[in-house]
Design a protein around this ligand. Structure first.
Ligand SMILES: CC(C)(COP(=O)(O)OP(=O)(O)OC[C@H]1O[C@@H](n2cnc3c(N)ncnc32)[C@H](O)[C@@H]1OP(=O)(O)O)[C@@H](O)C(=O)NCCC(=O)NCCS
Length: 127
């Protein structure tokens, strides 16, 4: 979507707040280097809309570009999965853009596999 940066930030904040409130639980985990945040993962617990059981859901995982490939992302993901075990859920899910091939390869390496198709149809052009 072609939003200006301020609009993007505002929309991002609104979406994060509403998802955060809708979840049964949330945990945000940060990785630090020299006192600065260099990576984050946000994991929530929500109800799966197909089976109606609680599932862990990775909403966001990111490591700053300069520090990628050093094991930070996999450690964050592992901690998010441990959080899900602690919550007693049996499954952890996430959505990734179908054209984010690098992230898809990485998730597959971390043991994730496609389970459902999330389908989309454009009703009108994005403004
Ligand atoms: C995806 C992301 C979080 C991974 O974090 P990272 O810190 O770079 O990952 P790690 O260093 O922990 O990777 C661990 C392993 O995966 C491998 N790996 C790294 N990138 C890979 C890739 N694109 N494809 C396959 N394997 C990859 C590493 O070589 C490493 O393997 P090893 O343990 O055998 O040495 C990071 O690349 C990122 O922030 N990407 C941009 C944001 C993004 O796309 N997030 C997901 C969107 S939903």
């Amino acid at each position: 979507m072609e939003l200006g940066y301020d609009d993007y930030l505002r929309r991002h904040r609104e979406v994060v707040y509403s998802l955060y409130r809708a979840n049964m639980r949330n945990r945000m985990i940060a990785a630090y280097a020299d006192g600065e945040i260099v990576g984050v993962v946000w994991v929530g617990m929500r109800v799966d809309t197909v089976h109606f059981v609680g599932v862990g859901y990775i909403y966001d995982i990111e490591v700053i570009r300069d520090l990628r490939g050093k094991g930070i992302g996999s450690k964050l993901l592992q901690m998010a999965e441990e959080t899900c075990r602690e919550w007693g859920v049996k499954e952890v899910m996430l959505a990734v853009e179908a054209n984010n091939f690098e992230a898809i390869k990485w998730y597959e390496r971390m043991g994730y596999a496609p389970k459902r198709y999330l389908m989309s149809k454009r009703l009108r052009a994005f403004e």
